[in-house]
Write a protein that binds this ligand. Sequence first.
Ligand code: ADP
Length: 238
Amino acid sequence: MPGLQLRSVSKAFKGVAVLEAINLDLAPREFIAFLGPSGSGKTTLLRIIAGLETADAGEVVLDDRRIDQLAPGARDVAMVFQSYALYPHMSVRENMAFGLRNARVPQGEIDTLIADAAKVLEIEPLLERTPAQLSGGQRQRVAIGRAIVKKPRLFLLDEPLSNLDAALRLRTRVELAQLRKRVDAGVIMVTHDQAEAMTLADRIVVFNDRRIQQVAAPMEIYLRPANRFVAQFVGSPA
Ligand code: ADP
């Protein structure tokens, strides 16, 4: 089965359970939002999929391949961090090339991948700058660009808009929606912002209390919340 499957994924930190037997199926090219209060395990699950954290139990399968034992770089996923995590001493171009060099992609191909991504994200004039010479919104685009050049099967976005001011957040939200049509990959976006999840996602996964509370399309979640927690969290009509 193509897409992503999480099978009975569990995780505890120092004996305290954070995720319990999480099961989830993501279709190829689906845009999923992980929504829930702070501390509900959203980022931990994203990091488990990315390979930055190891699950205590369970399986992660991407396009029919078990990836939970693979190194992060071998998983066909690309993560965009909340802090952007750009290398400060490198130019934008070098930041975008870094992962590709490590994967021994030929230089000609690296140049083409960067040129294509820079065009899509409209960051061509910024390629020779360093992160310190960029605005927050520009840094955010570069972080997305660094993920795009890897041509992943799955993008993992950790609160990608949370460091932007309100106006820029709205604009970037629109751009993310457009971008998503141009990349042949699934997206999982962690957010605690309900409006963000509602406008961008095909389906929303609501987390609370170590478990998934509901998985459904935005309107379904809003109009037919599975339980009282979901109803209160998304502010469903009573
Ligand atoms: P969310 O992304 O929903 O805000 P997180 O996945 O970041 O939640 O965190 C879930 C819980 O796991 C929190 O209680 C957090 O303190 C704890 N946690 C996350 N990472 C670690 C870690 N590396 N060590 C110990 N506890 C952690």
